[in-house]
Every structure is written in structure tokens, then in C-alpha cells.
Design a protein. Structure first.
Length: 706
RNA sequence: GGGCCCGUAGCUCAGCGGUUAGAGCAGGGGACUCAUAAUCCCUUGGUCGGGGGUUCGAUCCCCUCCGGGCCUACCA
């Protein structure tokens, strides 16, 4: 009986673009979902953008647009990136959706009704200019203990002491630069301790969590009373207002996991499926805390599986089960937790160019290679995953191109006119052996041990190529009397190839598609690997995967470094990440250094004619302290001379050829060294810290910036 | 400061209380020419981080030290 499985990946935060770190999770999950579907289980993959919170509100303000516009743009970009990596969601929603608002309300009511909510005043620093309460990290001042200047609101880097931001001497808001005041506001708390017994049982029983996670929770959180969870934020806050507490909003981490359910509701509305049959309202402590089934009986109820990164463990293993339990919803069958991505053994680094956005990767490399590489490195454990770039190139080329695709590539040509033999020939047990390995491979996929699955599959490929070698079809071809034998040998080799394509289908859907097309027999189910294909035509072989080169990888790294250099002020510390899966939180220092100016109308903005321009030449102005003389093209014969104060930041030769944005209708200005006919757009405080703006690939000189 | 994880061949990793510790890649030698300079065969290479202990026997269990990573910080 097919299982019914609902799978989620963590909701990416709308504050940043998808990068290679995010993709570990979405690819890991996508592989698992594709595997389940291939096995004949009913499985859906749900996700959504996580859109609420202070960070979004601040960013929208910084960018001078509404939160809704910001999150819509980001969601479109996220979905584009996911699709390009063959990450196939059954539904992709948003936490800022009516479905989510309604579900939050329902669950909130249940928690209220269960008597788990209490109110308490929280004193926080408030920025009267920005009109918002300030999280600790948005306040800087002098340490009250040791007097060190410029310390964040929660602790001192110098002496290590911790304190409340209100204790800081001369506190300053990093948003507006003004001095914040202490204000008190009522917050709502969920008394998680009342669920302690349930959480003890749920986390430690069954197979809901990896052993190291269950152990971690036991030792770190469950060994003492659980603290109340502050789930409200006072206005202004971008999120949902709490219906029975006007002026207060649900904290982003309250509504984010409910977003899984909201996405399910959208999917149900789209497909006519019933919400209750995928996420039933049931599950008392006794039922849910026990292992769901014995070995004899397959589960009959739908399963909910969450895939998350280790940074958001406690939201998904304590708060979320607590919420579900209280609201009477079925609990997750399993929360699968993975580690972080490192590149060449180190944390991803913007300055080293190893902080690679999904879109940047796609400019240079094939998504299939990343899917395979991650698969070959993923285990069921919480360990970090290292992406060694040399290994990435070697492994993809050797395994996928050299071993797997090569089987088809070297044999398909011999049988393009005859097709495969009418009966499957004696192959010394090769096919049967690989078919028998299917269950071991499936077991590895099932438990997320993709590393083992890939090793098992490649071991099969390692048996297939020697078969071709021993039977040397290229020699058989020379003798017309051996035509039947030639066809047999190729029938074996091509079937072995197809078997590998089936086993790799969860990882490499495109390869499975191509393998299906080669014989005009689509690969649709796992058992396609257990029956050989016979008596079918073989279509002309077409390249299935292009080898990657170290140069392409290098270009990707270069581009990432340039992107980072254009966005990250050197020398300023990055604020720590917000508690969302691999999301980025930028420092507030830049905005504080130069607060926003007064608002302008769209008509005001339209007066400024920004254009894409290409730098044709750049030369030093020796007598000038800061200036370079640039000649830029606006396309055709239209050229401008611009003096730009970027000498300390750029070498003239590195500028030639690149695209920049210029203010094209700025009144010409006579300078000591000549007439400047425009202005090149750049950010940064000045000196060596000047960062030219670049358009994305595809922009051409002369285009106006709107 | 507390906690967790890791340290096995040049690299990435498997393994496991018990014959002589494995794989892929890289390196060396040879073969082949069908294939995306792919493939096949042979081969070099490890005091399983150091030191103690338990055991008939330890890479595996325990202690400790060293090194690396991550999390969290008047709490875990």
C-alpha cells in the first residue's frame, strides 16, 4: 500500500537570494521526494517564502519600497532559482498569505484555549526617529563594565560581559543614529513548560529525530524547565496582527512553520485534495509518542516530514511540535536535520568568492553536477557538508560523464539501425545483480544516506564498463557474422546504463528524461530498473552532460567575489545571521552612517536619467588626488567623458570594458582637468571603499534604469 | 566559559571489539580506440591525530592531551 507523505523544506527568508548553502537543503529534500514518487508513494513537496519580521521591514525601508513589493520580487527570484535546479515543489506559497493568516488564527485560538498564553511587559529600547523597537543588535554604545566604545546592545566584545541594551552608556540606534529611549510594551508568551512532559516523550521516542539531536535536546533544553516563548512583537512590525491583541503581531517564528500548512491548504485548493487527509487533526500524546508502527505493519496515516538546517533545530523540535500538539494536529513523523555547507573546508566567504548565489552558479555550471555532488556527500547525520571545488569537478566528470553516460555514448551508435535485441541475452548476471541491488539503494535513499546510495550505484557502473571492454563491440562490428552478438552486447550495456539512470533519477531527473528518450520509453517508476528493455529502437545518441572545467568553476568564484565586493563594505563587521535557515542579516552600520533622506515622488525620481554605459577607456589623472578620467559609451556613437572619484578604489585597466550605471542627464561640470559630462553611480563611504554599480548580465549600454 | 561533532592513504570518505584496514579520485606502469583525451588492467601509498587504560585481542570502548569545525553564552 503506497504511503502518503507530506514533505517540507525550511522556508527561505525573503531577505536574501538563494545561495549554494540553501541548495543543500532544497536538493536533499527534492531528491527524497522524487525518490518517494518514483517508488510509487503519494508524496508532495511543499515550501513557501518566509516573509515577516523586522529584517524585512527595515530592508523595505532602506530600499524605499513596500514590504509587499520587496517580498514579491524576492519570491519570484527564489522560485526562478529553484526551478533552474530542478527543485520541483508541488506548491510554493508565502507566509504572507490569507491561508496562513487564517491558520495562525486557528492555532492561536487553540493555544489560548489551552491556557498557555500569558502577557508580560518587556522593556526595550525604542528608536523614536525610526519609529521602531530595537533588537539588541541594532543598538550600539559604550560598555558599562569596561568602557569599550562601539559595542552591541547585548554583550561586549572587549571584556565579554553581557548586559541589557538599556545599560549601555550613550546608546545609539544603528538605524537612525539617534539616541533610543526605553519603552515598555506588553508581549505575549507561550508557556512551553506546560508541554514539557509531552516534549520529553515525543523527542525521545520513535524515530522522530536523529539520535544526536534527541540527545542534544535532552541535555540542553529538556533537562530543566522550558522558558516561556515570546511570540508577539509590538507595532510597527511586518507580519500578522494578533486578532485578540490589537497592536501586537505574531513573531515571525510563530507564523513561519504554520506556513507549511498554509502551503498545503493552497495545494489542496488547487488540486481538490482534502487538507485533513494530509494533515489530520488527531494525535493524543499516547498515539503520537509511540513509534508509529511495528515492523509488520506499514503506516496507514499520512506522514509529515520536515527537512531543516541545524540552526533552526529548536523551533522545529520543541516549539513546533508543541504548537501542533496543542492545536490537535498530527505531529511530524520525522524532522530531518542537516549541517551547513562549507567550501574548500571553510565557511562560505564573500571576499573569497565562495559565497555563491544560485543564479551565479547557473551562469557558469550545470545544475545536475551540483545535485550529484551534494548527493554524493550527504549522509543522515547532522555533519557539515564540504564542497571541495577540485573534487566537485573531478567527481562529476569521472562518475557521471566517464562512467555512466559513457556507457550509452560508447554503445548507442552500434545499434542505431537495429535497436535492442528481441530477447535479453546472457550477461553473466550483471543485470540481475544490479536489479537485486535496487532494494539496498532504495534503503539508502529512504534514510537519506545518499552518499551510500551513490557509492552503491557507482559500484554498479564500475561493473558495467569492463563488460563493454571485454566484449569489444568495436571489434564485433568489423565482422558481419557477429552482427547478432554486437546487438546483444549493446543491449546489455544500454540496459545497464538505463538501470543506472533509474537509480539516479531522484538526483538527476534530466538524465532520466534523456535516458527515457533514448529508447522512447520514459522512466516513471523504480521497478523500471528490474526489467530489461528489449526489442525497442535506439534513437540517435545525443550528449547528455557536458564536462565541467576548473576554469568554469574559477569564473564562478570570480563573479561571486565581484558581486560581494560590490555589496559588502570592507572593514565593517557583518551582523550575525537572523535565526532563519542560512538567511543573511546585513550590518546596519551603513545606513546609520548616512541616514535616509526625505521622501521624493516618482516624478522627482523620473528627472534623474540613469543609463547603462560601458567604460571604453579609463586613465589616471596624475595631478588629481581622487579622479580617474573615464570615457563611456551609451551605445552607438554616443560617448561621454566622466571624471569619477574612484582612483583609490580601482585600477584604470580593471575598469575597461565593464558596464556601469551613470547619471546621464546631469548638468556638465567644468573641472580643473576637463569637462565632466555625467556621474558614475557608486556606493560606499569613499576613499578605497567605493563600489561601482553594475547591471546584471544582459543589460546593454544605453538602457535606461527605471 | 559551557556543549556538540570531527581527526582513517596526497584528497573526499567507508568501515569496525577479531584474519594481512577498504573505495573513489589523484600518482606510477601497461592496454585499447567504440565513446565527451572517455574506458579497461596492474600498481605505489596508511605507526586508523598523540599518550594512557579496559581486553586474549582496539582504528573501533573508556580517560586524557593536541588539532579542526560548529553551536551557545552570567542559564542549556
Amino acid at each position: 500500500m503506497p504511503r502518503q507523505i507530506l514533505v517540507t523544506a525550511a522556508l527561505p527568508y525573503a531577505n536574501g537570494h538563494i545561495h549554494l548553502g540553501h541548495l543543500v537543503e532544497y536538493i536533499q529534500t527534492d531528491i527524497w521526494v522524487r525518490f518517494q514518487k518514483l517508488r510509487g508513494n503519494r508524496c508532495i513537496y511543499l515550501c513557501a517564502d518566509d516573509t515577516h519580521g523586522t529584517a524585512i521591514m527595515i530592508r523595505a525601508r532602506q530600499e524605499g519600497r513596500s514590504e509587499e513589493v520587496l517580498i514579491a520580487d524576492m519570491q519570484a527570484a527564489h522560485e526562478r532559482d529553484f526551478a533552474a535546479f530542478d527543485i520541483a515543489f508541488d506548491n510554493y506559497g508565502s507566509t504572507n498569505s490569507p491561508e496562513n493568516r487564517q491558520l495562525c488564527g486557528e492555532i492561536w485560538q487553540s493555544i489560548r484555549a489551552a491556557g498557555l498564553v500569558r502577557a508580560a511587559d518587556v522593556s526595550q529600547l525604542y528608536d523614536p526617529v525610526a519609529g521602531t523597537f530595537l533588537a539588541d543588535r541594532f543598538v550600539k554604545g559604550t560598555c558599562p563594565k569596561c568602557g569599550a566604545a562601539d559595542q552591541y546592545g547585548d554583550s561586549c566584545d572587549k571584556c565579554g560581559s553581557t548586559y541589557s541594551p538599556a545599560d549601555l552608556i550613550n546608546p545609539t540606534s544603528t538605524l537612525s543614529g539617534t539616541s533610543p529611549e526605553v519603552r515598555s510594551a506588553a508581549h505575549l508568551f507561550i508557556e512551553l513548560e506546560k508541554l514539557h512532559a509531552f516534549l520529553d516523550t515525543w523527542t525521545q521516542s520513535g524515530n522522530h529525530l536523529q539520535p544526536e539531536i534527541a540527545n542534544y535536546l535532552k541535555g540542553h533544553f529538556l533537562g530543566e524547565p522550558l522558558r516561556d516563548w515570546d511570540v508577539s512583537r509590538p507595532a510597527p512590525y511586518f507580519g500578522f496582527e494578533i486578532p485578540d491583541s490589537p497592536g501586537n503581531y505574531w513573531y515571525v517564528w510563530f507564523d513561519a512553520p504554520i506556513g507549511y500548512m498554509a502551503s498545503l491548504r493552497q495545494w489542496c485548493d488547487k488540486t481538490g485534495e482534502k487538507f485533513e487527509s494530509w494533515w489530520p487533526r488527531e494525535g493524543t500524546i499516547n498515539e503520537s509518542a509511540q513509534p508509529p508502527t511495528s515492523n509488520l505493519q506499514p503506516p496507514t496515516s499520512p506522514e509529515v516530514h520536515h527537512f531543516i538546517g541545524k540552526d533552526i533545530t529548536y523551533f522545529h523540535t520543541l516549539f513546533w511540535p508543541g504548537m501542533l500538539k496543542t492545536a490537535g494536529y498530527q505531529l511530524p513523523e520525522k524532522v530531518h536535520i542537516h549541517g551547513f555547507l562549507t567550501v574548500n573546508g571553510e565557511k562560505m566567504s564573500k571576499s573569497k568568492g565562495t559565497f555563491v548565489r544560485a543564479a551565479t552558479y547557473l551562469n557558469h555550471l550545470d545544475p545536475s553536477f551540483l545535485r550529484y555532488y551534494y548527493a554524493s556527500k550527504l549522509t543522515p547525520r547532522v555533519d557539515d557538508l564540504d564542497m571541495n571545488l577540485e573534487e566537485f569537478v573531478a567527481k562529476g566528470n569521472a562518475d557521471l560523464v566517464g562512467k555512466v553516460v559513457n556507457l550509452a555514448s560508447r554503445c548507442a551508435g552500434f545499434v542505431k539501425t537495429t535497436g535492442l535485441s528481441a530477447r535479453y541475452p546472457d550477461d553473466g548476471g550483471l543485470f540481475a545483480h544490479a536489479a537485486a541491488e535496487g532494494e539496498a539503494i532504495a534503503a539508502a535513499y529512504e534514510e537519506c544516506d545518499y552518499n551510500r546510495a551513490m557509492r552503491l550505484i557507482m559500484a554498479l557502473a564500475d561493473r558495467a564498463n569492463p563488460f563493454v571492454e571485454e566484449n569489444a563491440p568495436w571489434n564485433l562490428k568489423k565482422d558481419p557474422a557477429q552482427a547478432a552478438r554486437l546487438q546483444e552486447v549493446c543491449t546489455v550495456a544500454l540496459n545497464l546504463f538505463r538501470q543506472l539512470a533509474v537509480y539516479l533519477a531522484p538526483v538527476l531527473p534530466r538524465l532520466a528524461q534523456q535516458a527515457g528518450e533514448l529508447f522512447d520509453r520514459p522512466i516513471t517508476k523504480w521497478t523500471d530498473a528490474s526489467e530489461p528493455l528489449v526489442d525497442v529502437p535506439v534513437r540517435p545518441f545525443q550528449h547528455m552532460l557536458k564536462r565541467v572545467t576548473p576554469e568554469e568553476v574559477q569564473k564562478m568564484i570570480e563573479e561571486s567575489r565581484e558581486e560581494a565586493a560590490a555589496t559588502t563594505p570592507a572593514g565593517l563587521p557583518l551582523a550575525p545571521p537572523v535565526p532563519s535557515d542560512t538567511a543573511q542579516q546585513d550590518s546596519a552600520a551603513a545606513l546609520a552612517a548616512e541616514p535616509l533622506t526625505s521622501e521624493c515622488s516618482i516624478d522627482d525620481f523620473a528627472k534623474v536619467d540613469l543609463r547603462v554605459a560601458r567604460i571604453l577607456s579609463a586613465e589616471d589623472v596624475p595631478e588629481a588626488r581622487k579622479l580617474l578620467k573615464l570615457t563611456v559609451s551609451l551605445g552607438g556613437d554616443v560617448k561621454r567623458t566622466v571624471f569619477a572619484g574612484i582612483k583609490a578604489a580601482y585600477q584604470p585597466e580593471q575598469l575597461v570594458g565593464r558596464l556601469v550605471i551613470i547619471v546621464a542627464n546631469l548638468a556638465p561640470r567644468q573641472m580643473k582637468f576637463g569637462l565632466s559630462e555625467g556621474m558614475v553611480c557608486a556606493s560606499g563611504p569613499g576613499g578605497a571603499e567605493v563600489y561601482l554599480l553594475s547591471p546584471d548580465n544582459g543589460a546593454v549600454p544605453g538602457q535606461r534604469v527605471h
